[in-house]
Design a protein. Structure first.
Lengths: 180, 253
């Protein structure tokens, strides 16, 4: 599948502000969605998104087409900014500020029209995740999207800490061969 | 280095251990001191960073599934104010030695296998001298044992003028022997001897301008076991224990 954002990112690397703006307009809604789930505060999410896009501007020349899609490169930049911010805050914003709980958007039973629009990369990843036990899959996705710690997952799911750790560890062990 | 640090390092050099930690780090389930400890190690051992990058980019595909949420207009206004105040930052970096570690732009897509071959092909097409296109600023190779086990990662970076090889899994060799690294030309002929390599951990080898220039003609790296102190050896006499294709890691326009 053609990487529709790669060209914009390459132009950004050459200092093309119009290309960067277009890239922002196209990609920021997905990345904001990720920031909101990680940070659970609109203010913090927008801070992270802003810092992430400034880093994308500064480091755009690190992206090389053909070695990965532009959107995954940008997602990684922004998510790492979010995780750094979470760590610096020590405590997360209360979940009451923004209620994002579920994983419906990542359901393995997506409607055909939604499924059709997904890239092969994400379809492949979903197929790997679908091989896991439902509890393992849920813990891994909650860790990724919400940045939950083991303890937070234990509290959220009402399971012992040891069980959560085992689910994640075994889930990732099972996932590794499929990902490589 | 204390015994505890040594033990910790040995543990992280075990592919089974670091692969699991890398995937946990990438998904975000490695927390607290363990996460910090892993980050410190990533700074000094580029194979850890390479494996993490590979997994991070795999998981990053999950973002595609998220519903869209439009940020407020002020976010772009702040970004625009920043980049307008620093209009040359991005373009300036194009003319600088590559500051981003090579592994940041490599290995991240599929791990060590198919993607590497794809990159080699893509790189070869992209850098065909007939096109007058960009030139390489870094090369890398993943080196494997006879059993096709990934044993070492090698990088050659123009800005540093050095070749670095990181042996991920310590190798046992007799006391009177040493490991020697060779660069084999694509079109055959005598290999270029690069120097002695430690049997574990990272070794940096300074390279000359001529050696850097020759890198574009190198097809394969190899590590052989040679007798210690035999400086006269001009080509591998001992057994080749590691091999890996050299490919272009980064280019400048």
């Amino acid at each position: 599948m053609e990487d529709i954002y790669a060209e914009l990112l390459q132009k950004t690397a050459q200092g093309d502000q119009l290309a960067f703006k277009k890239l922002y307009e196209e990609c920021s809604p997905k990345l904001m969605s990720l920031c909101l789930r990680l940070m659970r505060s609109e203010t913090l999410a927008e801070d992270v998104l802003q810092e992430g896009f400034i880093k994308i501007w500064d480091k755009a020349d690190s992206f090389t087409p053909g070695k990965g899609r532009a959107i995954t490169w940008m997602s990684t930049v922004v998510r790492n900014k979010g995780l750094d911010k979470l760590r610096s805050l020590k405590t997360k914003a209360p979940e009451t500020e923004i209620e994002y709980e579920g994983l419906e958007f990542a359901s393995s039973d997506l409607e055909p029209d939604k499924l059709e629009n997904l890239s092969q990369d994400v379809k492949g990843l979903m197929a790997c995740l679908d091989q896991l036990k439902p509890a393992q899959r849920e813990c891994i996705l909650l860790s990724y999207y919400y940045g939950h710690t083991h303890q937070e997952l234990a509290d959220k799911l009402g399971k012992p800490l040891g069980t959560i750790k085992a689910w994640i560890r075994r889930g990732l062990e099972d996932l590794r061969p499929c990902l490589t | 280095m204390s015994n505890i640090e040594k033990n910790s390092l040995t543990r992280y050099q075990n592919p089974e251990v670091f692969e699991q930690l890398a995937i946990e780090y990438a998904v975000g389930s490695l927390h607290g001191r363990a996460r910090k400890r892993f980050e410190v190690l990533m700074d000094t051992h580029f194979y850890l960073q390479a494996v993490v990058d590979a997994y991070e980019h795999k998981f990053a595909n999950l973002v595609e599934l998220l519903p869209e949420e439009k940020p407020s207009d002020k976010v772009w206004q702040n970004i625009e104010a920043h980049i307008s105040a620093n209009p040359t930052e991005a373009t300036h970096q194009l003319n600088q030695p590559q500051a981003t570690p090579w592994w940041k732009t490599s290995l991240f897509n599929q791990g060590f296998g198919i993607a590497f071959m794809a990159l080699v092909v893509a790189g070869a097409l992209f850098l065909n001298p007939m096109t007058g296109g960009p030139v390489a600023t870094a090369y890398s190779a993943v080196m494997e044992s006879e059993n096709n086990e990934t044993m070492a990662v090698t990088k050659v970076v123009q800005s540093d003028m050095k070749l670095s090889i990181d042996i991920m899994k310590p190798m046992k060799i007799d006391d009177n022997m040493q490991l020697t690294l060779w660069c084999h030309p694509k079109n055959g002929g005598m290999p270029m001897k690069m120097g002695t390599v430690s049997s574990k951990g990272k070794t940096d080898i300074k390279i000359s301008k001529a050696e850097w220039k020759n890198m574009k003609d190198v097809g394969m790296l190899a590590v052989s076991i040679e007798h210690k102190g035999d400086t006269s050896v001009r080509e591998p006499k001992g057994k080749i224990i590691l091999k890996g294709l050299l490919h272009i890691e980064h280019v400048k326009s």
